[in-house]
Design a protein around this ligand. Structure first.
Ligand SMILES: Nc1ncnc2c1ncn2[C@@H]1O[C@H](COP(=O)(O)OP(=O)(O)O)[C@@H](O)[C@H]1O
Ligand SMILES: [Mg+2]
Length: 277
């Protein structure tokens, strides 16, 4: 298991491996350097669970390890797609999954035109990011102009404008967990404040969500639109039915395990064992 920071999840995965008698080697990628000309990276092993908090670290690691013949969970391509909301939305649309209406533009002027079509309130998101960071509610044209002005002062990535209709949903959304071919758990994330973002990282409360056929179906299809492996699928209950707004690559589940009683860490180890056979 490659990591850059030990969270609750990395400890839980390590404990689960120990319980199952699996010799899981923990590798802190912050301490490593790699000679690209080497054919083999003996220190890594045949299969690696990539658990970096940093998307860019994880992505570059996956690219390197895969090119040296190591099976990386999740693989480079899936990491690339799931780590970027634009690429994810495009993959979901291609797979004919329902998504919130979304627009892409590259300047404040074009973004205001996009919002005229989309209507207010709308949501602006960075294409790369998590925990609800910089996911902004644009209530009207004035707030849009002001947020865009800030965005223009930022790194080029933030001058890519990913704009979405604000879905008229209850004050909660759904996170489902896909491991291999199974939806193993799902939670509602319920807003506890006036913040429209339901992320548990922002205080959203986790409650068990029953996995019915519809939720199972949409979660599996969304994961498959990205690739094989382990995913967290973000879903909203719109007036027209379920819509998928994100597929996450390196999942966090410290609130989900107590809410659902599902041993997600154990299932991750089982998945790796199955894959390594
Ligand atoms: N289009 C939308 N309409 C309403 N709420 C949204 C919309 N998009 C995101 N949200 C809220 O903001 C949260 C964070 O958005 P998300 O796209 O999942 O980004 P992140 O990667 O930061 O989690 C979501 O969990 C949801 O509560
Ligand atoms: Mg999310």
């Amino acid at each position: 298991m490659l990591y850059d920071l030990v969270r609750w999840e990395e400890k839980a995965i390590y404990q689960a491996a120990k319980r199952k008698g699996v010799d899981l080697k923990l590798i802190n990628c912050r301490r490593l350097h790699f000679d690209l000309s080497k054919d083999h990276l003996e220190e890594i092993g045949d299969i690696t669970l990539q658990r970096c908090v940093s998307y860019f670290r994880g992505l570059h690691l996956a690219g390197l390890l895969e090119s040296k013949g190591i099976d990386v969970v999740n693989d480079f391509h899936s990491t690339l797609i799931a780590g970027n909301k634009l690429f994810t939305t495009l993959a979901l649309i291609k797979a004919q999954l329902p998504v919130p209406r979304t627009m892409l533009s590259f300047t404040p002027e074009a973004s205001l035109d996009a919002l005229d079509e989309l209507g207010y309130p709308a949501v602006l998101k960075p294409t790369v990011g998590s925990w609800g960071r910089l996911v902004s509610l644009l209530n009207d044209r004035d707030s849009a102009v002001s947020v865009f002005e800030h965005r223009e002062q930022m790194f080029p990535l933030y001058r890519v404008y990913y704009l979405q209709e604000k879905v008229n949903r209850p004050p909660r959304d759904i996170r489902s967990f896909v491991i291999g071919d199974r939806v193993v758990a799902a939670i509602y994330r319920i807003s506890q404040s006036s913040d429209f973002r339901t992320n548990t990282a922002r205080g959203g409360k986790a409650e068990n969500c029953t996995i019915d056929k519809e939720l199972e179906d949409i979660s599996l299809k969304a994961a498959r639109a990205i690739g094989d492996g382990i995913y967290g699928v973000d879903i909203m209950e719109s007036p027209e039915g379920l819509v998928v707004h994100e597929v996450n690559n390196t999942i966090e589940f410290k609130n989900t395990v107590p809410a659902t009683g599902v041993d997600i860490q154990g299932l991750i180890i089982e998945h790796l064992l199955q894959r390594s056979k």
